[in-house]
Design a protein around this ligand. Structure first.
Ligand SMILES: *[C@@H]1O[C@H](CO)[C@@H](O)[C@H](O)[C@H]1NC(C)=O
Ligand SMILES: *[C@@H]1O[C@H](CO)[C@@H](O)[C@H](O)[C@H]1NC(C)=O
Ligand SMILES: *[C@@H]1O[C@H](CO)[C@@H](O)[C@H](O)[C@H]1NC(C)=O
Ligand SMILES: *[C@@H]1O[C@H](CO)[C@@H](O)[C@H](O)[C@H]1NC(C)=O
Length: 477
């Protein structure tokens, strides 16, 4: 019985595919539309690598490009595993001090000094600073938080600890606490640290900072008096794992309906954070854990970013902070020492779609196929741009399938519209990505080449656009 129903559904689904590609564009933002934070697409920089990032031309240029496209600077979180290995020394006159056997390694232990905060104070976006809890050196982290509060006009929040569910059982915070370690003990520890620190720096904390533990559960455990100390709740999110050589899968990463269902898991805790009057962030995210895998530097990952960022917003995520790890030894990074990588094109493209006037976004397809269709709405609730993303996987072998999407309704007065395409040889490409024909980014993240717009004819209130497997298009209404 169940089997037959399944077969019928498959047949019915395949018959419906062409019909699903006729999309009606609403004349005003539907109830399903989400308000979009100006810094929806933000960046997380691994703690020990942060001073190094500030020396790269690509860091300021890549962030400035996104700020120009979106009309707001991306926010920056400085943190990650090495925040819980770092001890603040008020008399150290270097930003960071550590030694590693090979430049590709992250340090097992490091110290940082006041110049670290001086660099962070120069960042243009809002900054969330991740400090150490794992080593249980409260006076060192408190001195760092106090200096950050005093010297960083851009300080948004302070984290105390990163992914506490993975603390080693001999971590000082666990051994000194003497109660073992689980989510209840961690929540009590977080709350106690927030209470102590808030007496010096105010209620400026980012809570949870967990990957496998539900951030919503931590919020419940710290109670409304604990929530009152927070600015934001952070959940870490990686759809795939590349730890210990785990295998990753690009068709699955970039799959539109897969992204829709994966991202839905955050809806409940986002609503919980909002009910507590705080922001909800995917405070560290990227394609695969442990620095990324073979799928991470590809054009398919760029397409994933476009779709995932928008699904995040639709599920109540205020910001997604894309993690950048060890400089030039980082599969998922947007940029390195002197190169800009394929995923950055996705970050730029979704920023251009939202634009400086995009206040709300909505999904116009039903979320079950390979093609995603989104609309961005301005402050008067009018649709201003459409995005069509074809997440069908094109491996580069054979001829890619092309889908025609027919759009009618708002913005379809007869005439001509302009469109801009993001494409690459195929989904596995790690170079050769272009936006608008020949435009790309140089190694410093300066824009290079001219962007060409395509013309789309609107006739009889309808326009048709072609989008190849593994490609995306913005239509300017
Ligand atoms: C930096 O750390 C090393 C140990 O890794 C230490 O020997 C050195 O004295 C430190 N430098 C400063 C300026 O504290
Ligand atoms: C805590 O950090 C300070 C530097 O800020 C250091 O002098 C002290 O030894 C550390 N305490 C422990 C217990 O490691
Ligand atoms: C895409 O995701 C849907 C829903 O999770 C799943 O049924 C389908 O098999 C996935 N396709 C690929 C190529 O991963
Ligand atoms: C929104 O877009 C519509 C259609 O282009 C335009 O008439 C309206 O002035 C825009 N509103 C704002 C606030 O920009």
């Amino acid at each position: 019985m169940a089997g037959r129903r399944h077969v019928l559904r498959l047949l019915w689904g395949s018959l419906l595919v062409p019909l699903c590609r006729a999309i009606a564009v609403p004349s005003s933002a539907p109830l399903s539309a989400a308000l979009v934070d100006p810094s929806l697409l933000s960046v997380s920089l691994e703690f020990f690598a942060f001073p190094g990032y500030t020396t790269l031309a690509a860091t300021s240029n890549c962030l400035a490009n996104l700020a120009t496209l979106r009309g707001a600077q991306p926010a920056i979180r400085i943190g990650g595993t090495t925040q819980d290995r770092a001890t603040f020394y008020a008399d150290l006159d270097e930003a960071v001090n550590y030694t590693v056997a090979s430049p590709a390694d992250a340090p097992d232990s490091l110290t940082f000094g006041p110049p670290f905060m001086a660099l962070a104070a120069q960042l243009k976006g809002e900054v969330t600073l991740g400090l150490n809890r794992q080593l249980d050196n409260q006076s060192a982290s408190l001195a760092a938080a106090a200096l950050a509060k005093e010297t960083m006009p851009n300080l948004f929040a302070v984290e105390l600890g990163n992914e506490p569910e993975f603390y080693a059982s001999n971590s000082p915070i666990i051994v000194d606490g003497g109660q073992g370690w689980n989510q209840n003990v961690d929540a009590a520890s977080e709350k106690s640290w927030f209470e102590t620190f808030s007496r010096s720096v105010g209620n400026i904390f980012q809570g949870a900072v967990t990957l496998s533990w539900s951030a919503g559960e931590t919020l419940t455990l710290i109670g409304s008096d604990g929530a009152a100390l927070l600015k934001s709740l952070s959940r870490h999110s990686y759809p795939q794992s590349a730890c210990g050589g785990a295998s990753t899968n690009l068709p699955s990463l970039m799959n539109h309906s897969g992204i829709v269902s994966y991202t839905r898991q955050y809806r409940t805790e986002a609503a919980q954070a909002h009910a507590a009057s705080i922001k909800y962030f995917l405070g560290e995210t990227n394609s695969a854990t442990c620095g990324g895998g073979g799928i991470s530097p590809t054009f398919g990952a760029a397409l994933w970013i476009v779709d995932y960022v928008l699904q995040g917003a639709l599920n109540g995520v205020d910001r997604l902070y894309f993690h950048q790890g060890t400089i030039s030894d980082c599969a998922y990074c947007f940029w390195g020492q002197s190169s800009v990588f394929a995923p950055y094109y996705g970050a730029a493209f979704v920023s251009e779609f939202l634009g400086s006037n995009g206040v709300k976004a909505a999904m116009l397809d039903d979320g079950t196929g390979a093609i995603g269709v989104y609309a961005a709405f301005n402050a008067s609730n009018s649709p201003v741009r459409l995005l069509i993303i074809n997440t069908d996987y094109y491996s580069g072998t054979g001829t890619p399938a092309t889908s025609v999407v027919t759009l009618s309704g708002a913005g379809s007065t007869d005439g001509t519209k302009l469109a801009k395409r993001m494409t690459a040889p195929d989904a596995t490409s790690t170079s050769g990505v272009t936006i608008g024909g020949s435009a790309s980014f140089a190694g410093t993240c300066a824009r290079s080449g001219a962007q060409t717009m395509e013309s789309v004819t609107v006739s009889g209130g309808t326009m048709s656009v072609s989008v190849r497997a593994s490609e995306a298009l913005i239509v300017f209404l």
